[in-house]
Ligand binder design. Structure first.
Ligand code: GTP
Ligand code: MG
Length: 205
């Protein structure tokens, strides 16, 4: 799948303000600063599309991007950001969980995991919540360029092993680097497959 056009549409404080759910949608979530906005820019080939920052907590709303006039990509705020007030955090959590639980055109949620770290409880807890809500997800390991291939692959393997303790079915995962453009082809190919399934109906179902 090739991205021909990628356009910023709208930033919404709650799901009610989001664009009409008339096409497939893919959301990107993960800990604050994990690289969600950078990954969206890498995938779309536009370094200025989603706002990125060295400081965690940059993305604060539900951001919709139109891709090829045929599907939506959504940049979400990060979870687990300690440096905002309890009240702000509660508002973000409500916004994210409200969006995830009610967005009817959401095909899958890409959960981003920093490949520099060993499995973190906060990420495994988040996946558990998605499971409780019955929301399909895939895992994307980020910042592969920041450590050796061996360390990044080792952390990814340990994360998948930790998932196996709770999950029977392990969804597809991807190793990425926004800097080195690693994983772009695989993720876009996967989204293309899901878009096709959505359009043709799932014949295997
Ligand atoms: P919030 O919106 O604040 O939750 O952060 P985010 O998850 O959107 O992260 P963002 O894309 O803003 O990136 C955070 C920082 O990590 C920035 O300084 C990016 O340049 C850096 N970064 C993101 N992805 C990569 C990567 O693949 N490699 C390297 N080396 N740095 C990255
Ligand atoms: Mg962001």
């Amino acid at each position: 799948m090739e991205i021909k056009t990628a356009t910023y549409l709208i930033s919404s404080p709650q799901v009610e303000n989001c664009p009409k759910p008339d096409r497939p949608e893919y959301a990107f979530i993960g800990r604050s600063n994990v690289g969600k906005s950078s990954l969206i820019n890498m995938l779309t080939g536009n370094s200025k599309l989603a706002k990125t920052s060295n400081t965690p907590g940059k993305t604060q709303l539900i951001n919709h991007f139109d891709i090829n006039k045929s599907f939506y990509i959504v940049d979400l705020p990060g979870y687990g950001f300690a440096k905002v007030s309890q009240k702000t955090r509660a508002v973000w959590e409500k916004m994210i969980s409200g969006y995830l639980q009610t967005r009817e055109n959401l095909i899958t949620v890409f959960v981003l995991i920093d490949s520099r770290h060993k499995p973190q409880a906060i990420d495994l807890d988040f996946l558990r919540k998605l499971g409780e809500w019955g929301i399909p997800f895939n895992v994307i390991f980020t910042k592969a360029d920041k450590s050796t291939q061996r360390v990044a692959a080792g952390n990814a393997r340990k994360f998948i092993e930790a998932m196996r303790e709770e999950w029977e079915y392990i969804p597809r995962s991807f190793m990425t680097s926004a800097v080195k453009h690693l994983g772009k082809k695989d993720i876009l190919g996967y989204i293309g497959e899901l878009n096709d399934e959505f359009l043709n109906g799932d014949e295997d179902a």
